[in-house]
Structures are given as structure tokens and as C-alpha cells.
Write a protein that binds this ligand. Structure first.
Ligand code: MF3
Ligand code: CO
Ligand code: CO
Length: 272
């Protein structure tokens, strides 16, 4: 299937879905602290969605019949969990890092998908650095987005920045087109060569969601829950995710809200 191009008429619905997805992350933020379980964070996220009148795209999701339906309203991935962590009763402890990935569907059927890293109490310098560099890597990718650029340009920018800082890029999971469906074309790889892959056009909507490891890039499935992905070498891993649209002049990040972290300085510099 070709890449779906969103129109001016689609924009209000998309913008709303993405703002609401970001606001779910704002809502849980004060609760991510030592002693709180990821199940409690999941419950709070579900409560926020209910108040919004949205629903979770993750709950019951099955990418293919060999996956069990996903059991949470959000994904909660601590420390060495790369992605798709399942909310659990285990309390978070000081020094943990945690990714929370929220995907909602509005009443009008639009999807909003985003994730952030959270630091639980005071964390190590290495963990802090990993979270910051992964955030910056996502933005290095976003800065490449404009009509005529390619997804290879995006992937290359992320890979170069990550590897230049001694981090590795997870290969098995990628960003994706999104709109009225959770996962559409194209696949947005977080590594690659400039000038390769799809050429970007105004109206394309996709996520950029790099997973970067402190150690080696290899991952494995953890245990028997059918979902949880961990680093093979048990090293720490981080992920950030935004959803954006290609505009006639560049990009518009859609998953922004009052609680979104400030843009990196190198982004501010390109915008003024
Ligand atoms: N939100 C994830 C993404 O960014 C997908 C999660 S699938 C789930 O693509 F079922 F685990 F929620
Ligand atoms: Co996504
Ligand atoms: Co997501």
C-alpha cells in the first residue's frame, strides 16, 4: 500500500489526538516516583483517557495472531526493557529509568502515539546521559524532516548521533506511519544511509521513536509473556517518541503539550 497523505481536513483531528496522547503523559508525570508500581501508572493513564473520552490503542492490541492481546493501557518499560513492557505490581525504586508509551484513539478515530523517559528519584549520571542523548537523537531525526528529504536521511542522522556518543541503535523496531490506523506505511528506521528510502512529501504523518542502548544493539524476548523486549546484554536502554506531519516547509511535531520537555538547544537554534 502506498503512503497515505493526510489533507488539511484531517489536521484538526490529528492535532487533537496527538495533544491528548501527550497530555496522558503530563497526567502521569507527578506519579512516577519510588514506591509506585507500573500497574498504578497504567491505571492512572486509563483514568486520564476515560476523562478525555479517548481510548487506549494498546489495550488488546495484536499486531499479528501469534501475539497475545496486549494487556495494558500503556507500555511501561524500565531499565533494560527496550519496549512493550507490561505494567506490573513491582514498585519502582530510586535510580530506575522508565519509558511510558501512550497511544490513544479519539472518538473521531484518529490515533496519537508518543512516549517519554522518566527518571525515578535521583538516577545515575550514565542513566541521565542515556535519557538525554536519546531525546536529542530523536530530535536530530526530526530536524531532517522536510519535503524532498528521505527517511534514510532521518535514520542516518539518528544513527550518527547515537553511535558518535557511544550508544547503539536497536534495529528490530522502528517508527511508523499512523493516522486512522495504528501502524501504517512507511517504516521509519532509526539507522540508514542518506538519500535512501522513501522521499518525504507534505501530508505524510509518522512517528520517530529511537531505542538506544548503553551496551550492544542486540535484543531478545524476555520470558513467556509474548511482549517484553530486553537488551541481550542487560544494559540500560531508552526511548522517546513523537508523532509529526511533513509540512510544505519542514515538519510540525503533533505530540506536544504543556508538560513536554523543552526542545534541545540545537533545535531552538535552527528555529530562530
Ligand atoms: N506504542 C508503540 C509504538 O510506538 C506500540 C505499542 S504496541 C502495544 O509503536 F500493543 F504494545 F501497545
Ligand atoms: Co509508535
Ligand atoms: Co508508541
Amino acid at each position: 500500500m502506498p503512503i497515505d497523505i493526510k489533507t488539511e481536513a484531517d489536521l484538526p483531528g490529528l492535532r487533537e489526538a496527538c495533544r491528548l496522547a501527550s497530555e496522558v503523559l503530563d497526567y502521569i508525570t507527578p506519579h512516577v516516583k519510588p514506591g509506585v508500581s507500573t500497574k498504578e501508572i497504567d491505571r492512572l493513564a486509563a483514568e486520564c483517557m476515560a476523562r478525555q473520552g479517548t481510548r487506549s490503542a494498546s489495550l488488546g492490541y495484536q499486531p499479528s495472531p501469534d501475539y497475545p492481546p496486549y494487556p495494558g493501557s500503556v507500555c511501561t518499560s524500565p531499565n533494560n526493557v527496550v519496549c512493550h513492557g507490561i505494567p506490573s505490581d513491582k514498585p519502582l525504586k530510586k535510580g530506575d529509568i522508565l519509558n511510558v508509551d501512550v497511544t490513544i484513539i479519539t472518538k473521531d478515530g484518529w490515533y496519537g502515539d508518543n512516549s517519554r523517559m522518566f527518571e525515578v528519584g535521583e538516577v545515575s549520571i550514565a542513566a541521565k546521559r542515556l535519557c538525554r542523548l536519546t531525546f536529542e537523537a530523536m530530535w536530530m531525526g526530526i530536524l531532517e524532516v522536510k519535503p524532498g528529504a528521505t527517511l534514510g536521511d532521518v535514520g542516518h542522522a539518528i544513527q550518527k548521533f547515537a553511535e558518535g556518543n557511544g550508544l547503539s541503535v536497536v534495529r528490530e523496531f522502528c517508527g511508523h506511519g499512523i493516522g486512522r490506523r495504528f501502524h501504517e506505511e512507511p517504516q521509519v528506521l532509526h539507522y540508514g544511509r542518506p538519500g535512501t528510502m522513501e522521499v518525504l512529501e507534505p501530508g505524510m504523518v509518522f512517528t520517530i521513536e529511537p531505542m538506544l542502548n548503553l551496551g550492544r544493539k542486540e535484543i531478545k524476548e524476555h520470558g513467556r509473556d509474548g511482549w517484553t523486549i530486553v537488551t541481550k546484554d542487560h544494559s540500560l536502554t531508552a526511548q522517546w517518541e513523537h508523532q509529526l506531519i511533513v509540512t510544505p516547509t519542514g515538519y510540525e511535531v503533533l505530540t506536544l503539550s504543556a508538560g513536554s520537555p523543552p526542545l534541545p538547544d540545537f533545535v531552538k537554534a535552527t528555529k530562530t
